[in-house]
Design a protein around this ligand. Structure first.
Ligand SMILES: Nc1nc2c(ncn2[C@@H]2O[C@H](COP(=O)(O)OP(=O)(O)OP(=O)(O)O)[C@@H](O)[C@H]2O)c(=O)[nH]1
Length: 189
């Protein structure tokens, strides 16, 4: 397989893995990016690994998009996906407070047990429902505080329904993997 060479990064493909509570929209986000279609019904299980190329900075990078199942009982399956991941997309839905809280309580710990070095982007999914995030008590200050406390490499919002922000999520995932950070600090995007 052709190798990418970009500044500080050389690899055969970039593995991007979505994690977060069941129902936050991980599968929808991945399917929307990979196929440009909005998936129809609720998909409780996982989307097959999807191989694609992502353009960043004038280079084409091979990437593998990996879905995980957020429900309890799928721990073993999730742990298989974690070790080779280059960038985790830690997803919460803007209309579900528990999914937001669980990024700190559950998901960052879950991935760091297995993978201490991968990049982490916090993704607020279902951004078309953003008005509801205030009703459920998730403020921008809360989100930025959490992003900092879990030492994430960035924060983005997207909607699989409107497609807003979807392409940006995957470009940023490549960027944080291939670009060497100038300083060791959290970047809020
Ligand atoms: N309004 C809105 N609803 C969405 C969006 N993305 C997903 N949904 C809804 O959320 C439901 C769950 O989405 P999934 O993508 O299956 O969630 P998941 O995180 O993969 O769930 P698990 O597979 O259980 O871990 C879908 O059936 C959609 O109805 C979005 O961007 N906006």
């Amino acid at each position: 397989m052709a190798k990418h060479k970009h500044k500080h990064y050389t690899s055969s493909s970039i593995r991007i893995t979505a994690v977060g509570d069941g129902g936050v929209g991980k599968t929808f986000m991945l399917v929307r990016y990979a196929t440009k279609e909005i998936p129809l019904g609720y998909e409780p299980t996982v989307f097959d690994n999807h191989h694609c190329t992502i353009n960043y900075g004038g280079h084409e990078y091979d990437a593998v998009l990996v879905d995980t199942a957020g429900q309890e009982g799928f721990e073993k399956l999730r742990n298989l996906s974690y070790p080779n991941t280059d960038c985790f997309l830690l997803c919460f839905a803007v209309d579900t407070r528990d999914s937001f809280l669980n990024l700190s309580y559950v998901w960052i710990k879950d991935i760091r047990k297995v993978n201490k070095t991968a990049k982490v982007l916090v993704i607020a999914t279902k951004s078309d429902l953003k008005e509801e995030s205030l009703e459920v008590g998730i403020t921008e200050q809360d989100v930025l505080g959490m992003v900092k406390s879990i030492k994430a490499d960035g924060y983005l919002e997207c909607s699989a329904v409107t497609k807003e922000g979807i392409d940006h999520v995957f470009r940023e995932a490549v960027r944080v993997v291939v670009e060497k950070p100038k300083r060791r600090r959290c970047t809020v995007l």
